[in-house]
Design a protein around this ligand. Structure first.
Ligand SMILES: NC(=O)c1ccc[n+]([C@@H]2O[C@H](COP(=O)([O-])OP(=O)(O)OC[C@H]3O[C@@H](n4cnc5c(N)ncnc54)[C@H](OP(=O)(O)O)[C@@H]3O)[C@@H](O)[C@H]2O)c1
Length: 231
């Protein structure tokens, strides 16, 4: 499969390496240009490209950049990209540490619905609940008991099925977590977020989730601070 990755940080770099190990073709982009991605090319075998090329070259395109940077993506990023191309959003909204206030999310729009609205394109929400280091190292064969499970939310059943297959290949049990508007069940602060639960644990965690954003995951008048000093 051809996979475009926009964002070459913790998650983008990890997915590039793992997808290459699985034999996929990977195109990877950041904001500063392909010439700044020679190390990741050398280390993973991914091909560094522009964001436009990553969006146009993948059967699956993963957007994995800070939430606050989403509006900085080119407005024509997906122009001419077929509807069958699956767009994945790995993002989490960190108002107090990194992103500052995003009004629509504060008012209750799910994080990935907001991303889809910004992109003008449906997305599948995946890989947001697991730390990059665990995504890179804790995958296990499908025959293994107690694999870490990852929730996958989205409105298009075919797109979601494609992502669930990739989750399985990466060594995790995929869980259909419903529609994009239900994806608050896997957002930061939810029982499944960063918890590395197994299949039953994730299913239960999705059921146990509550919609209200917790104060720690809401912006304040002083947001954003830093990871060391969230505000
Ligand atoms: N870190 C984790 O363990 C983890 C786990 C689950 C989900 N997430 C979520 O996944 C997303 C990515 O996290 P991360 O930790 O991988 O981020 P990161 O390490 O900070 O990397 C961010 C990447 O995004 C690129 N980027 C920023 N603005 C861009 C733009 N306008 N166009 C193209 N590329 C752009 C940056 O490229 P430049 O350096 O060139 O600007 C950089 O390669 C975030 O929403 C995060 O909350 C992270």
């Amino acid at each position: 499969m051809k996979i475009g990755i926009i964002g070459a940080g913790n998650i983008g770099g990890t997915l590039a390496r793992r997808f290459r190990e699985l034999g996929h073709e990977v195109l990877i982009a950041n904001s500063r240009g392909p010439e700044t991605l020679t190390a990741i090319e050398r280390d993973t075998g991914a091909v560094a490209v522009t964001a436009h090329e990553a969006a146009r070259g993948g059967d699956v395109v993963v957007i994995t950049i800070p939430e606050s940077k989403i509006p900085a993506l080119p407005s024509d990023l997906f122009d001419g990209v077929p509807d069958t191309t699956v767009v994945v959003d790995t993002g989490n909204y960190y108002p107090r540490e990194r992103d500052g206030r995003i009004a629509a999310i504060e008012e209750g729009v799910t994080e990935s619905r907001w991303v889809a609205d910004q992109l003008g394109r449906p997305v599948v929400k995946a890989f947001n609940t697991i730390e990059a280091a665990h995504l890179g190292s804790k995958g296990k064969p499908s025959t293994t008991d107690g694999r870490i499970a990852l929730p996958v939310a989205g409105d298009d059943a075919n797109a979601k099925a494609t992502v669930l297959r990739l989750v399985d290949q990466l060594g995790f049990d995929g869980v259909d977590a419903g529609t994009l508007d239900e994806s608050w069940r896997q957002q930061p602060g939810s029982p499944v977020y960063g918890a590395d639960r197994d299949l039953e644990g994730v299913r239960q965690g999705l059921l146990d989730a509550t919609r209200e954003r917790q104060p720690a995951w809401r912006a304040t008048a002083a947001s954003p601070g830093s990871y060391d000093a969230p505000r």
